[in-house]
Each structure stands twice: as structure tokens, then as C-alpha cells.
Design a protein. Structure first.
Length: 115
């Protein structure tokens, strides 16, 4: 079982980035999937959520209208489209999968927003 994030990069303020989370060993359609982020010296916070049914998404207030979570059921992947990036979005971004009894984490991918 594995979650692998990718797509992190250095980007200028106002720019866009798409993060990918590839799952193996389980099916994302059976798990609630969440993107978290953790900035240096701060706790890890959830930023975007998609229910296992794919019919419900939710976002942290700080990213609403700028970030979009989506899922590719065939490729068994989850994505985070990030637009209008701000310096305060700088963090390590983690993919999380959870059902009623199990939880998986990826290793994280660094996003740095700076001019």
C-alpha cells in the first residue's frame, strides 16, 4: 500500500500548480481522500477533501475558490489544482486516504511560492 505525491515546485505568486497523488495497493474510490499541508513550525492542516463517493468536496477557507480537488478513478489518482498561489501557501503537501478503520499517508511534496 502506497501513496506517492508529486508535482511540487517553486512557483511565483499568482501562479498555478497541480499536485498528483498516486495510490497503489488500494482503490481511492473506497476511501475519503484529503490533501493536507504543513508549513515550517506549524501543524498539519487539511486543505481539500473528497468523499469516497466522489459526490462531495470541501475546502479550507484559506483556499476556497483557488484550489480544486479531483479524482481519476481509472488511474487511481487524486489531484489538487492550485491557482492564484500566495506565499502563505508554501508548505509540504501530503495526500491522505482514510476509511472507517485504515489511514494512509504519502511522503509529501514541497510547494514553495516566492518571487
Amino acid at each position: 500500500v502506497q501513496l506517492v505525491e508529486s508535482g511540487g515546485d517553486l512557483v511565483q505568486p499568482g501562479g498555478s500548480l497541480t499536485l498528483s497523488c498516486t495510490a497503489s495497493g488500494f482503490t481511492v474510490t473506497n476511501y475519503d481522500m484529503t490533501w493536507y499541508r504543513q508549513a515550517p513550525g506549524k501543524k498539519r492542516d487539511a486543505v481539500a477533501f473528497i468523499r469516497y463517493t466522489g459526490t462531495f468536496t470541501n475546502y479550507a477557507d484559506s483556499v476556497k475558490g483557488r484550489f480544486t480537488i479531483s479524482r481519476d478513478n481509472v488511474k487511481n489518482m487524486v489531484f489538487l489544482q492550485m491557482n492564484d498561489l500566495k506565499p502563505e501557501d508554501t508548505a509540504v503537501y501530503y495526500c491522505n486516504a482514510r476509511d472507517f478503520s485504515t489511514e494512509y499517508w504519502g511522503q509529501g511534496t514541497q510547494v514553495t511560492v516566492s518571487s
